[in-house]
Every structure is written in structure tokens, then in C-alpha cells.
Design a protein around this ligand. Structure first.
Ligand code: NJP
Length: 239
């Protein structure tokens, strides 16, 4: 069903984004990978080495000029953008009293402005062809609040609101917009280490990647607004 389509996946150099890239590639999707460090090119080469179609772009999702250039080159290379996965994100967990304005600003630049900039960059193309799917990896903290995470939580509430409004704006053009809201996933997020023993009961990157494939491959008459995923841990907060 997804075979031959093209997807842009942001934050694809590691963690959830890399797993999404692989799962989509296995479905025959052509990949445009975006990441802010050079590592993104290594992942691009790795995918191509396995016989998948991929292009990589080093761009900061918050930088409109860099994102627009990556989207233009994706269109030149593959001719279409059918799926955008807004996955790139950063996080830190601190008390409000210990959070400074620069940290707050950067979190909003990447997690919120990045989603706005990347979504906006594909809208005219998707509107014109009257199809497309925009999936944002949000968080379960977009549905309930946690202590020590006010800034991060605020960014995810923001993208949730953005995504809901955009979904309504794009409905008449056949463009579907939704979010995937995971709880704790074993990645490098917030300076963590993927595979650390204390994360053995957390969700795995493929759990989220499978949800992306499911959402993107829904039949055209169906829009999945949101998928919420939690690890099956006793006393885990569920919204
Ligand atoms: O994190 P990590 P995850 N422009 O650190 C890239 C959400 N989430 O996979 O740029 C472009 O392993 C970075 O690459 P690089 C979370 O909020 C997670 O867990 O080279 N790319 C890397 O590829 C986020 O939205 C959990 O440093 C930028 C990737 O982003 C998404 O899941 C729970 C960038 C981050 O990989 C993926 O996070 C939850 C920029 N400015 C939500 N800045 C969880 N893991 O528990 C970073 O509720 N990247």
C-alpha cells in the first residue's frame, strides 16, 4: 500500500526516527532523512547499502531555509512527498526554577517551531496533489502533566494543538494530519543510552515505527487522529 511513496522523516539519525525510516523503507517507501548532525548521512548511506532508496539532508528542523531546501531537493530527487513524519525532538527534565529562558527557547524552537516549519514546507505540494499524511511524534505528556518536565510538557501540548488545527485546515484537501503519542521509549532521548538495563521494560523504537506504518497506510477514507502508546508497567500514568 505504501510502496512507491516518498516520506520525509525528521530526526532519523538515531532512536525512533531511524526505526521509522527502516520500517517505511521495508514497505517500499523512498526516504528523505533529515537530521541536524552529519550522522544523518551515515544513516542514509546505511539504508542505501541495504538496497533502499534514500537521500539525507543535514538541516535543523527549526531553520526554515534549511528545511525548504531539503524539501525542494526531495521533490527534485523523488518527485513527490506523500508522508511527513515530524519526529525530531529534544528534551530535558528539570524543575521550572532550574530552567532558564535559553533552554526554554531552544526546546520550543526544535519541538514546536520545527513541527510548524516542516509541516508548512510540504503543505502546498500536498494540497496540490490532494493527498498526503503528516504524522507528528508527540508524547503522552501532551495528555497529562508531569513534575520536572514543565518545559517539555508545554512543547508537546503545543504540537498537539497545532496538529489538531492543521488537521481541520487540511481535511478538504485530502491531507491527513495526526499524532503518535508514546510514553517512555528506549532511545538516546534526553541524553539517555539506548539499551540501558533500567529501560528494559520501556517501549522499543519499533513499537512506535509500527504505529507510523499503520497510520500512514490507513485507507484513504480514514483518518487516524491519534495513537497513544504506553509501556505495560505497573502504576504507569495513563491519561
Ligand atoms: O530521541 P533521540 P527519540 N533538527 O534523542 C534529531 C519523542 N518522544 O528518538 O540532529 C533536526 O534518540 C536527532 O539527530 P541530531 C521525542 O520528543 C520520545 O526518543 O543528529 N533533527 C535524533 O535523530 C521526539 O520528538 C520519548 O542530533 C534534530 C533525533 O532528533 C521523538 O520522540 C517519549 C534536531 C532524536 O533522537 C524522537 O525522540 C515521548 C534538530 N534541531 C516522546 N534536534 C522517549 N524516547 O521516551 C534533534 O513521549 N534532532
Amino acid at each position: 500500500m505504501l510502496k512507491g511513496q516518498t516520506a520525509i522523516v525528521t530526526g532519523a539519525s538515531r532512536g525512533i526516527g531511524k526505526a521509522i525510516a527502516y520500517k517505511l523503507a521495508e514497505q517500499g517507501v523512498k526516504l528523505a532523512l533529515i537530521g541536524s548532525s552529519e550522522e544523518i548521512h551515515r544513516v542514509g548511506e546505511e539504508l542505501k547499502g541495504k538496497g533502499f532508496e534514500a537521500a539525507s539532508f543535514q538541516a535543523d528542523v527549526a531553520n526554515e531555509a534549511q528545511v525548504q531546501e531539503a524539501v525542494a531537493k526531495t521533490l527534485d530527487t523523488f518527485g513527490s512527498v506523500d508522508i511527513l513524519v515530524n519526529n525530531a525532538g529534544i528534551g530535558f527534565f528539570k524543575l521550572v526554577e532550574e530552567t532558564n529562558v535559553d533552554e526554554w527557547k531552544r526546546l520550543f524552537e526544535v519541538n514546536v517551531q520545527g513541527v510548524f516549519v516542516c509541516s508548512k514546507a510540504v503543505l502546498s505540494h500536498m494540497k496540490e496533489k490532494k493527498s498526503g499524511t503528516i504524522i507528528t511524534i508527540s508524547s503522552d505528556v501532551a495528555r497529562y502533566t508531569i513534575p520536572n518536565g514543565a518545559a517539555y510538557t508545554a512543547t508537546k501540548y503545543a504540537v498537539q494543538g497545532f496538529s489538531g488545527s492543521l488537521a481541520q485546515e487540511m481535511r478538504e484537501y485530502g491531507v491527513r494530519v495526526g499524532t503518535i503519542n508514546p510514553g517512555m521509549v528506549d532511545t538516546y532521548f534526553a541524553g539517555g543510552t539506548q539499551g540501558a538495563p533500567e529501560k528494559k521494560d520501556w517501549m522499543k523504537v519499533d513499537d512506535i515505527a509500527n504505529a507510523v506504518v499503520y497510520m500512514a497506510s490507513a485507507p484513504k477514507h480514514l483518518i487516524i487522529d491519534e495513537i497513544v502508546l504506553h509501556p505495560l508497567i505497573q502504576n504507569y500514568p495513563i491519561a
